[in-house]
Design a protein around this ligand. Structure first.
Ligand SMILES: [Zn+2]
Ligand SMILES: [Zn+2]
Length: 102
């Protein structure tokens, strides 16, 4: 619920609990402050500057899936290409074609 109110979204990278950042050494990010406006992967300079840190992982995965889908690739081909489960890919593609309904 707080996603639509105060906090719950990193002010620097825009990540949320459903769409966290990832670093191979540190895992997924969490909140670095009580008001949930900055995540650990932005607050920690070392992690933030690590080229292996990927912010908002779902954004990039969903963006890639949607791009390939728009290019005419099937769910099977996309899951092969990105190494994702077909169920997961199907969920993203379906959500996209439904026009972003919640
Ligand atoms: Zn962040
Ligand atoms: Zn984050």
């Amino acid at each position: 619920m707080s996603l639509f109110g105060f906090g719950g979204k990193c002010e620097i990278c825009g990540c949320t609990e459903d769409n966290p950042c990832y670093n191979p050494k540190h895992g997924f990010c969490s909140w670095a402050d009580d008001t949930r406006t900055i995540c650990t992967h932005c607050a920690d300079k070392e992690i933030a500057e690590d080229p292996e840190t990927e912010h908002c992982v779902n954004d990039s995965i969903e963006a890639q899936v949607n791009l390939l889908s728009r290019e005419g690739m099937t769910i099977e081909q996309i899951s092969d290409e990105l190494g994702l489960g077909e169920t997961y890919v199907a969920k993203i593609v379906k959500r996209d074609s439904e026009g972003g309904e919640q």
